[in-house]
Design a protein around this ligand. Structure first.
Ligand code: LLP
Length: 427
């Protein structure tokens, strides 16, 4: 069973979120609607920050913009003192628009073009270089103040095989051998400062994984320092901190992760050879996933063959179930006290058989016209949504201490045709 706990609340059998009636939100803004509770983001940020900083004070969080790029959410991270990790020039531009300073931005791309590298270089932001061949191209464009390399430490983790970014069979990161060659080349070319980076997987709930992979990275860092005679300004252990999506998953013990990593960074081997570099993390999911629910209306129920509950949010609104077979818990916001349950499939309106948000899911008695809430959609929810099947993208609302703000309006037909030039050839 899913426990209804804050920011969710059972208010006389109907769901409220951050103390606001979800039924009223749906009525006011329409559905599908992403609703974000700012307080939950603040809570997550503070929990993560104190878990690490209480063991190692040179600690910094760089929020991974790709998880949720809404400007108001970026603004909140800026207000909290976070940096940002950007995957492309466009994310750098968003962050700049919000007021993030150069020194608070990282650019972690992969297979970058010269134009992208040139852009980041001109913006004077820190670049995480993903493979050896990128470095000579970068150095030809100019001498960056700092060079950081993304290492593949040889192992990876992740809740789904496609979310494993380290180890064999991954397109990310470079070997230690390539890294040694790259640092030597950078040093020879006049680069004075260095960083080290890894990002080995996403959605990880096992705290011991972070200890294991960080130990590996530190071993590699020590060897690199020895072989290249450089020192690291920062060591970035990436993101990947998971959240529980599916009962009975338990939350990641982030305090344990913070204390394990702190111990490694404060340990003899590390402090003797590496000195005291900054410890960077760049999480997305952990900070925003559980801050947001997706409200969606039930329009049509088909009883046979199989029971299908048709809602107005589909793979165009939330791609994760279709793409990764990801589980998102669903609550009938209109009927929280209903005791009757049945097994149903919940589907969207897209003309694809993979447009299923929940397969064979035991849900409370659902009727046409009910409002459903899909949970934990703040990370890789809106940011992976599309206009497929000519669907305007959903609206987004933020709640901050009972204040409600539409932070992204629902798209219209004009947004769908924006930027197109109609040919005049076919008269
Ligand atoms: N840093 C880099 C370089 C990344 O590529 C990512 C995520 C992060 C940080 C943040 O990872 P997180 O803390 O959120 O695990 N679309 C998938 C997730 C893909 C993650 C891609 N990279 C999903 O919906 O689960």
């Amino acid at each position: 069973m899913w426990k209804i706990e804050p920011p969710l609340k059972n208010f006389k059998g109907k769901l409220s979120f951050a103390n606001i009636s979800t039924l009223n939100l749906a009525k006011q803004f329409g559905t599908p609607l992403f609703v974000t509770d700012s307080e939950q983001i603040i809570l997550n940020y503070n929990k993560l920050y104190s878990a690490f900083s209480s063991h190692y004070d040179k600690f910094k969080i760089n929020y991974a913009v790709k998880a949720n790029n809404n400007l108001s959410i970026l603004k909140l991270f800026n207000y909290l003192g976070s940096g940002v990790d950007c995957s492309c020039p466009e994310e750098i531009l968003l962050a700049k628009k919000i007021g993030f300073k150069n020194q608070d931005m990282l650019y972690t791309g992969n297979y970058n073009s010269n134009n992208q590298l040139d852009f980041a270089l001109k913006q004077k932001i820190m670049i995480n270089v993903d493979s050896y061949s990128i470095l000579p191209r970068l150095l030809k464009l100019g001498t960056p103040n700092l060079v950081s390399l993304r290492i593949n430490p040889g192992i990876g983790g992740g809740s789904h095989s496609v979310l494993v970014f380290g180890g064999k069979n991954t397109k990310f990161g470079m070997s230690k051998k390539d890294a040694v060659d790259a640092y030597r080349l950078a040093k020879k070319s006049g680069v004075k400062k260095f960083g080290l980076h890894m990002m080995t997987g996403s959605s990880i709930l096992d705290s011991s994984y972070f200890k294991k992979v960080t130990n590996k990275l530190i071993d590699i860092a020590v060897e690199i320092v020895d072989e290249c005679k450089i020192s690291f300004d920062f060591i970035n252990i990436g993101g990947g901190f998971g959240i529980p999506y599916k009962p009975p998953e338990k939350p990641l013990d982030i305090k344990k992760v913070g204390s394990d990593i702190g111990k490694i960074f404060n340990g003899k081997k590390s402090s003797k050879i590496l000195g005291k570099p900054w410890l960077f993390v760049e999480p997305g999911r952990y900070l925003v996933a559980d801050s947001t629910i997706l409200l969606t209306n039930v329009h049509s129920i088909k009883k046979s063959p199989g029971k299908y509950v048709g809602i107005d949010a589909g793979m165009n609104t939330l791609l994760r179930p279709a793409l990764y077979n990801a589980y998102h818990h669903i609550i009938n916001a209109s009927r929280l006290n209903s005791r009757k349950t049945e097994i149903v499939n919940v589907c969207g309106q897209i003309c694809e058989n993979t447009d299923i948000i929940a397969k064979n899911r035991k849900l409370g008695n659902i009727k046409e016209g009910d409002l459903l809430a899909i949970l934990n959609v703040g990370a890789y929810g809106f940011s992976m949504s599309s206009q497929y099947n000519t669907r305007p993208r959903a609206a987004e609302v933020m709640i901050h201490k009972r204040k409600i703000k539409l932070i992204r309006r629902r798209e219209t037909i004009n947004d769908l045709i924006h930027g197109q030039n109609l040919v005049t050839w076919f008269r």
